[in-house]
Ligand binder design. Structure first.
Ligand SMILES: *Cc1c(COP(=O)(O)O)cnc(C)c1O
Ligand SMILES: [Zn+2]
Length: 407
């Protein structure tokens, strides 16, 4: 059996086909490229029970990943993150079957590790020695660290406002890091120029086909952790949209393999009220989004004013009868605290937005009584220490010893 059942790359817009052995970025028509697999052949050769004895990493699904030889795999042990019931929070929002897929428990502290592990491994397999990318922080951090492990040089450009920790993750791994006084779209333009001037490999979101294959493993894991049953609803904090596109791709591949039955879960793209281009497009029943001017939100990972794969995100929502919903920053911070108080989990603002969305959709009746709901927490709360604004009393030691604590 081959390590990978990858067959070719294809364009979801114009249907052109490309060889997976060559280095590719976008299709000549400007669309991102997607990876295709020999699923009919794999359907006969691989069964869910074959996975039981494999490692608890994303590489347990190596047949459904694009890296052709195991020796090119660059891994820090990513994957099989916790799938946790949230009974108290669920009760608080009248959702009796609420689960969190917790992507905080992964190298680099966000699910970006999945995209980086597969993207960097494939870059190594293709012989790429240097890559460049713009980032809102977490992706740059993950790619810089995985590339360091692979011996690939990186140039990363990020907004000066991006979380300080992600800046440090890039810097400490020896990446060629630049800050820009602007948004990720500005960083993208600078990287675009550098890629043309120095002939670098462009690892920008969806400008290479393999990051999405890594993020797809979130969908594979949710299905496996639920015993190959599907939930009714999956909520995902959507910026560039790679995660939601990936989850949709994973679930359709599992359907083709015959590993899951029934309708796909309704996919919900959750965005910040200060940057909601996908929500606006969905409300207007459009198939593409428009650039969102002056975007701003504390949920930095979803501050993406125009996503290259917007049409794929909208397609995944329409095909699964899902929806898109925008959440304001204040509600995100309230929910972030609620999750910590009720369930003991310090999640990131992006993740908190999905719980607010679940709450609102249950209130409106869009989520029905008894439905199984999975919310994605895409990263660790401790990567964003500045979002916590809880007052803490300052004590003078002598005073306390004399008077005792006022509990
Ligand atoms: C990047 C990021 C997102 C958005 O992910 P996409 O797949 O690009 O939509 C959400 N949350 C966090 C913490 C992120 O870093
Ligand atoms: Zn095309």
């Amino acid at each position: 059996m081959s390590y990978s059942y990858v067959s070719h790359l294809y364009c979801p817009k114009c249907e052109s086909v490309y060889n997976v052995k060559d280095v590719h970025q976008l299709c000549t028509c400007g669309s991102p490229l997607l990876v295709n697999y020999h699923l009919d052949e794999l359907r006969r050769k691989l069964h869910p029970s074959d996975l039981l004895e494999r490692d608890s990493t994303i590489w347990r699904y190596h047949e459904l990943l694009p890296v052709e030889e195991q020796k090119h795999v660059v891994s820090l042990g990513e994957g099989m993150t916790p799938f946790i019931p949230m009974p108290k929070l669920g009760k608080d929002m009248s959702i009796s079957n609420l689960y969190m897929k917790d992507e905080g428990i992964i190298p680099t502290g966000t699910f970006k590790a999945r995209g980086a592990a597969v993207g960097v491994s494939k870059a190594k397999e293709l012989g790429i020695q240097e890559l460049a990318m713009p980032t809102n922080g977490n992706a740059g951090a993950a790619w810089a660290l995985y590339a360091a492990r692979a011996g690939i040089r990186t140039t990363v450009v990020m907004p000066v406002d991006a979380p300080m920790i992600t800046r440090n993750e890039c810097a400490i791994s020896g990446s060629n890091l630049y800050l820009v006084n602007g948004l990720i779209s500005d960083a993208g333009k600078i990287v675009g120029q550098a890629v043309r001037d120095y002939e670098l490999f462009d690892a920008s979101t969806l400008k290479e086909p393999y990051r999405i294959e890594g993020k797809k493993t979130m969908g594979l894991e949710i299905a496996e952790q639920m015993g190959w049953k599907m939930p009714d609803v999956i909520l995902y904090p959507t910026g560039g949209g790679v995660g939601i596109i990936g989850i949709y791709k994973a679930l359709t591949e599992l359907q083709t393999l015959g590993w899951v039955q029934g309708p796909l879960p309704r996919l919900v793209a959750v965005q910040a009220a200060g940057c909601a281009p996908i929500v606006k497009a969905w409300e207007e029943e459009k198939t593409e989004s428009e650039f969102w001017a002056n975007s701003s939100t504390i949920a930095f990972g979803i501050n993406v004013p125009k996503a290259l794969g917007d049409f794929l995100v909208l397609d995944a929502i329409y095909k699964t009868n899902g929806c898109a919903i925008a959440i304001d920053d204040t509600s995100i911070l309230v929910e972030q605290q609620k999750v910590a108080v009720l369930e003991g989990s310090f999640i990131c603002p992006e993740g908190a937005s999905t719980f607010v969305a679940a709450r609102r959709l249950r209130e409106s009746g869009w989520i029905k009584e008894g439905e199984t709901v999975v919310a994605l927490n895409t990263g660790l709360g401790i990567k964003y220490p500045d979002t916590v604004r809880v007052e803490v009393p300052l004590l003078q030691p002598e005073e306390c010893i004399q008077r005792g604590l006022m509990v």
